[in-house]
Design a protein around this ligand. Structure first.
Ligand code: PEP
Ligand code: MN
Length: 327
C-alpha cells in the first residue's frame, strides 16, 4: 500500500504531497504508518496549530507582492496612511505624503469596525475605489480591511492585501472566506487574544489554501487605558518568530493610541525584528474622522522612516520605498 493511501485511511489529508518533496502531511494518528516501506521518519507537530508552525515548515514564509515587494525576507516593509478613507482629497494627500517619506504600502479603511454605531463607518465601496485611484497615481500597494464575508470579494478586487481586523480575528467564517481569496491576508491579533489563538486563526487561512499570511501585533487590552490605548506586546514579535514561519509586522498606532508614543514603539518593533510596521498617518490629524489622536503628522512620519532605516540597517535589513513598486 502506498504511504499516501495509507495516510488517507488514518487521518485528514492536508497536503498529500508537497511539490518537489517527499513529505506526506496529514492530521491523524501516524503510528500505523511507521512500519510501511518508504516511511523514513514521522515528525509529530506538537502544537495545536499545524501548518503555521515552525515544526511544519522551518524556513521563513516570504509573502510576495506585486512590484517585487516581499514581506518576511530581508526587508522591513512600511504600510502607512490614515485610519479611514475620508475623501478623494484626503486619501490622495495621504498617499503622496507617505510615498514621499518612503512607505511602500498605503493603508486606509473603507469598511470601519467602530465601537459605536454613531461614529463614522467608512465610505465602503467608494472608499475602495479611492484607494485604487491612489494606488494608480502613486504606485503604492494597498492594504485595507474586509469586515465581513460579503466584503472580501470587493477588497480582493481593489486591494493588494486583505486586512482582517482585531475584532474579527476569531470570525471563523470570515477567516475561511479569506482563506479562499487569491490575495495575501494581514491578520491582526485580537484585543485579548493569546498568541496560540492568533496562530490558530492563521491556521484557518492556511487550511483553506491561502499560505500568504502576514500576522500583526497591534497591542492587547491592559488595565491602564489612561496611559495608552492598549499594551504593545513587543515580545509577541520574537515569540511568533520562534513558533511560526509566518511574517509578523507591528502596528504601534493602535497599540498605543497616542501619536507621541507611536514613534518610539515603531522603533522598538523594528528593533525586535518585526517584518514591517503599519502606521496611521493623516495630512490633518486634528480633522481626522477616526483615530486622529494616534495619527502622525506627515513630518513626524518622515522622522520615523529615517529612524527605522537606521535601525533596520543595524540588523542587516532594508526599508524598501514605494518607488520600487510600479503601478
Ligand atoms: C485598523 O487598522 O484600521 C484597525 C481598525 O485596527 P484594529 O483592527 O487593530 O483595531
Ligand atoms: Mn485606526
Amino acid at each position: 500500500m502506498s504511504v499516501v493511501s495509507a495516510a488517507c485511511g488514518v487521518g485528514t489529508p492536508l497536503h498529500l504531497r508537497r511539490p518537489a518533496s517527499r513529505v506526506v502531511s496529514f492530521l491523524g494518528d501516524a503510528t500505523r504508518l511507521a512500519a510501511l516501506t518508504g516511511v523514513k521518519e514521522i515528525i509529530h507537530v506538537t502544537q495545536p496549530y499545524k501548518q503555521v508552525s515552525r515544526e511544519w515548515k522551518a524556513e521563513n514564509t516570504v509573502v510576495r507582492l506585486p512590484g517585487g515587494l516581499a514581506v518576511g525576507g530581508d526587508e522591513v516593509v512600511v504600510m502607512a496612511g490614515p485610519c479611514s478613507v475620508e475623501s478623494e482629497e484626503q486619501i490622495l494627500a495621504s498617499a503622496r505624503a507617505v510615498r514621499e517619506a518612503g512607505a511602500a504600502i498605503l493603508r486606509g479603511g473603507a469598511f470601519k469596525p467602530r465601537s459605536s454605531p454613531y461614529t463614522f463607518q467608512g465610505l465602503g465601496l467608494k472608499g475602495l475605489k479611492l484607494l485604487a485611484k491612489a494606488r494608480e497615481e502613486t504606485g503604492l500597494l494597498v492594504v485595507t480591511e474586509a469586515m465581513d464575508i460579503e466584503g472580501v470579494a470587493a477588497v480582493e478586487e481593489h486591494a493588494d492585501i486583505i486586512q482582517i481586523g482585531a475584532r474579527n480575528m476569531q470570525n471563523f467564517s470570515l477567516l475561511k472566506r479569506a482563506g479562499r481569496a487569491r490575495k495575501p491576508v494581514l491578520l491582526k491579533r485580537g484585543l485579548a487574544a493569546t498568541i496560540t489563538e492568533l496562530l490558530l486563526s492563521a491556521e484557518y487561512l492556511l487550511a483553506e489554501g491561502n499560505h500568504d499570511v502576514i500576522l500583526c501585533e497591534r497591542g492587547v487590552r491592559g488595565f491602564d487605558s489612561n496611559t495608552t490605548r492598549n499594551v504593545f506586546d513587543v515580545s509577541a514579535i520574537a515569540v511568533v518568530h520562534e513558533l511560526s514561519h509566518l511574517p509578523i509586522i507591528a502596528d504601534p498606532s493602535h497599540a498605543t493610541g497616542r501619536r507621541d508614543k507611536v514613534i518610539p514603539m515603531a522603533r522598538a518593533a523594528v528593533a525586535a525584528g518585526a517584518d514591517g510596521i503599519l502606521v496611521e498617518v493623516h495630512p490633518q490629524p486634528d480633522r481626522a474622522l477616526s483615530d486622529g489622536a494616534q495619527s502622525l503628522y506627515p513630518e513626524q512620519f518622515e522622522i520615523v522612516m529615517e529612524e527605522i532605516r537606521g535601525i533596520a540597517a543595524v540588523l542587516g535589513r532594508k526599508v524598501p520605498s514605494g518607488s520600487a513598486v510600479m503601478p
